[in-house]
Each structure stands twice: as C-alpha cells, then as structure tokens.
Design a protein around this ligand. Sequence first.
Ligand code: ATP
Ligand code: LTN
Length: 335
Amino acid sequence: MFKDKKVVFSGVQPSGDLTIGNYLGAIKNFKTFSEEYYCLYCVVNEHAITVRQNPAELRKRTYETLALYMACGLDPEKNTLFVQSHVPAHAELGWILDCYTMFGELSRMTQFKDKSAKNADNINAGLFTYPSLMAADILLYQTEMVPVGVDQKQHLELTRNIAERFNQVYGETFVVPEGYIPQTTAKIMSLSEPTKKMSKSDENENAVVRILDPKDVIIRKFKRAVTDSGSEIRRGEGKDGIMNLMSIYGAFTGKTEEEIEREFEGKGYGDFKMAVGEACADALAPVQAEFARLAADKAYLETVMEKGAEDASRLAARTMSKVRRKLGFVELGRK
Ligand code: ATP
Ligand code: LTN
C-alpha cells in the first residue's frame, strides 16, 4: 500500500491500434478507480515484443497508447501513467519470478497456445514466460486490484499463485491481487466471428472496431457484422452475433438488455446495427477529438512519461529492495 491508498495496476500492449474491446473491457473502467485508489496504468511495450514488432511502429504506438489513456479521461496528475521499459525493475523482477513459475503452469496458458499457433515461426522464450513478467508488473506495486478483460483471468490466477508461493517461502512480501472483470463487456467478440475475441492484432479489419476509426468506418463495420439467420433482437442460443452487438450497444448507451430488446421489438437487424454504429461513433467522438489534440504534442507526452516513470520507479524500488533482501542478494550502500 502506498500513500495510504490501495493500489490498482493495469496495462495495455502497444501492439496495434486499440479496439472497442480494449476500451470497454479495460480502459473505460480504469477511471472508476482514480479517486479511491492509487492507480498505475502502464504501456507494456516489453510484453509487445513477444511478437515481432516494427520498431518505428512500436515507438509511435507507445506515444499513442499513452495519449489514448489520457483521451479516455485518465488525468496524469491523478494517475501514474508510464511506459514499462522506463522502469527496469519490471524486467528485473520478471526474471526473479521466472524462477518461481513452473514450466507446467506456463504450458497451460491459453494465450501462449493461441499466440504460438498464430506465430508458429517465432515461438520464443519471452512468449512462453510472458505471464511471469505480467506478474512482476502487478506485484512490483503491491497491487490490490487489476482491471482487465476476461481473457486475462488465467494470467491473474497465475500471478496470485506466484505471489502466494513466494510469500510462503520468504514470508509476506507481495500483496496477493484480485482481478476486476466487468460484467457485460469482459469479452467483446469479433464482428466477423462472434465466437472469437475481438483482438487488436486481428488481420481481418472488418472484425474489429478501433477506438480511432472514423464514424463512416464504424458504421460500415457494424453494418457488415455477422449475425444469425433469424430476425429478432433477442438473447438466445446461437445468437452470439446479436448478443455481442447488444452488449456493445448497452455499454455505449447505458441501457440494459431488457431495455434494448424492448426498444427494437418489431424492428430488423439493419435498424439495430445502424443504431449500434451511431451509438458507438457518438460515444467515441470526444475521445477521438481529445486524442488528436494530445497526440500532436509529443513533448508533453514525454513529460508525462518522465513523471510517470519517476513515480513508478520510486514505488518499485521499495518492493525490489525487500525482494533482494529476502532472496539473499547482497545490497551495497545500505546504511
Ligand atoms: P493482441 O491482439 O495484441 O493480443 P489485445 O487486443 O488482446 O491484443 P491487450 O493489449 O492484450 O489487447 O489487452 C489490453 C486489455 O484489453 C486487457 O485488459 C484485455 O483483457 C482487454 N481486452 C482485449 N481484448 C478485449 C475484448 N475483446 N473484450 C474485452 N476486453 C478486452
Ligand atoms: N497481459 C495483458 C497485458 C498486461 C497486463 C499487465 C494487464 C501486461 N501486464 C499487468 C494487467 C496487468 C494482455 O495481454 N492483455
């Protein structure tokens, strides 16, 4: 615990242009913790290189992801916004935790299996040990709460196991964190294959709606969204496409599923898709405008990065010193 407040930590990889899945599943919820918790939100660029990245693109997306955090309402005065590679303690603790994470545990991670299948020519050791680095991100700050989409649940459980294992051997060292997974938007589905997660690195552009897509593109993508052969806007078996659109519409309008079913009674899929597209584009318009303003000011983004890195490093140093002492690493210069 720092500054007498409980700590919240989360991260997004700068591995592509962010989607409404990232927004509704994660970033939108980040703000709700700002007042009561000490929040750290990180651009996890070290995680991103587990898949091959173009350096110029990675650099650009690092700035953009930070700008998007702010455009989504995260005030850098109230939240610690920073870039993972600016705080070397992440990599350092990541290595240490690798030695407390079992091969068998990592082998069971579904994200590793999925990404290995997608990147068969680059199944590197970093992709395999990715969850230990994620555990380091979280445990470094004595985090109590981690807001994420449901796809990260397995990684969070592993983080808890690693923390408990370490605490058991060395005595209380890490806070054991809880996940915060939203109810209706924990897994926004692909618009082309509604049984698959919407993912920012999907090669099919029609499957994903990006936070920065212009209004006409958003509307076109929703119009093309795959639905079933029925015609009613109702929840039910085999209606994955419609149910996905209902959760997106609900999230952007604040309406419940019952209200949505009532609103579209007697109407067809075409009307509904149009309404979802409009609601999504309207809700994202202010984020897009704010993003355009912030992204143009690289110097300002760098001052935010610097301050974030400084604050995060100070907090990380406390945990690292405790960890080194417990492990039996010789520390120099201690008075
Ligand atoms: P990639 O395609 O590169 O693996 P991703 O789209 O899965 O990326 P991440 O950077 O790995 O995005 O995730 C950032 C946050 O967004 C995480 O908390 C993750 O759980 C959440 N998230 C990602 N996709 C979705 C989705 N479709 N629905 C809800 N939450 C999501
Ligand atoms: N593994 C996450 C991104 C991530 C993260 C974290 C999320 C890296 N470190 C720490 C929460 C807390 C992903 O792939 N979505």
